[in-house]
Design a binder for this molecule. Structure first.
Ligand SMILES: O=C(O)[C@H](O)[C@@H](O)[C@H](O)[C@H](O)COP(=O)(O)O
Length: 294
């Protein structure tokens, strides 16, 4: 089918490739003139046949909000917008309301797979009406991995459900990565294990903890066996925070995801004010030795 695709960065560019390989007619718009097929969002819309479907794949937050605001003006009754970015689920309902005032449908799509998705397919979880989802199904079927639809795609619920599901997926991602990372550090610290990459690689088949994230850790260690080229500094783009906030809102205990998020915060501190306070208190009440700043 024909699709307008706004945002041709790491994700959008690869998605366009996969969709074109799947015989869809994809017209992309990006501010980068080297990759765009249209001069502006308005130009993109004018090149599409009604009823149009436009997939938005720009950074979550302000950029997505602005793009959807512009599309609400440019598109017409009967058109459909899909937000495939990592938007917070709470932004979906306002987006859907804004668009539906002009008769435009809305689907929120959680898209997982990163830069490997072009080749392996993207795990998809979507929210929206059954009619809208059915209409976009040829696109979802090409983007998702080959195999049974329900092993790479879910219509998770109404508007907001796709991004809620993706948020939880990413919270799990934080916890899994943290567990592998702590295991890696402990193996590396031991006097017993002399070949850490070999142990992790051996775990990749047959063991209970085999997984794609483990495979990626094995890849990373093959490239740099002691991760000597990296600093232990980890950013976050919001999904983990939102997961923890929703766990609190629903009174769901989520200690693993929460501590994985907090481990990232700790990774950014050159020294820990909290641990300085602990050292100071030990010193105050017990006269225990402290390590002085240089
Ligand atoms: O499923 C995925 O493909 C990833 O989760 C992807 O969505 C992205 O890499 C994360 O959003 C990174 O999240 P952080 O920046 O918060 O680690």
């Amino acid at each position: 089918m024909q699709l307008g695709l706004v945002g041709l960065g790491k994700m959008g560019f690869n998605m366009r490739e996969r969709l074109r390989a799947g015989q869809h007619e994809v017209l992309g718009y990006d501010r980068n003139p080297e990759v765009t097929d249209a001069e502006s969002l308005a130009d993109l819309v004018s090149k599409l046949d009604a009823p149009r479907t436009v997939w938005v794949m720009v950074p979550a937050g302000e950029a997505t909000k602005q793009t959807i605001g512009e599309l609400a003006e440019l598109l017409d009754n009967g058109d459909l917008v899909i937000d495939g970015g990592n938007s917070r689920f709470s932004e979906d309902k306002p987006n859907a309301d804004l668009l539906s005032a002009n008769g435009i449908g809305y689907i929120d799509a959680g898209v997982s797979g990163g830069v490997w998705g072009a080749e392996n397919g993207y795990g998809l979880m979507v929210g929206g009406s059954a009619d809208d989802v059915e209409r976009a199904m040829p696109i979802f079927d090409t983007l998702r991995p080959e195999g049974p639809r329900d092993e790479g795609f879910a219509h998770a619920g109404g508007v907001g459900a796709g991004h809620f599901a993706k948020m939880v997926h990413n919270g799990i991602e934080y916890g899994l990565m943290q567990a592998y990372a702590e295991g890696y550090e402990l193996l590396a610290a031991s006097d017993e294990v002399t070949d850490v990459p070999a142990v992790l690689k051996a775990w990749s088949r047959g063991t209970v903890v085999r997984s794609w994230l483990l495979d990626l850790l094995v890849n990373a260690l093959e490239e740099d066996p002691e991760l000597a080229e990296l600093r232990g500094y980890v950013d976050d783009s919001g999904e983990g925070r939102w997961t923890v906030e929703e766990a609190i809102n629903h009174s769901v205990p989520a200690p693993v995801i929460t501590s994985a998020l907090f481990a990232r915060f700790a990774s950014r501190q050159p020294d820990s004010p909290a641990m300085k306070a602990v050292a100071a208190l030990r010193n105050q009440f017990g006269g225990h030795a402290v390590h002085r700043a240089e």
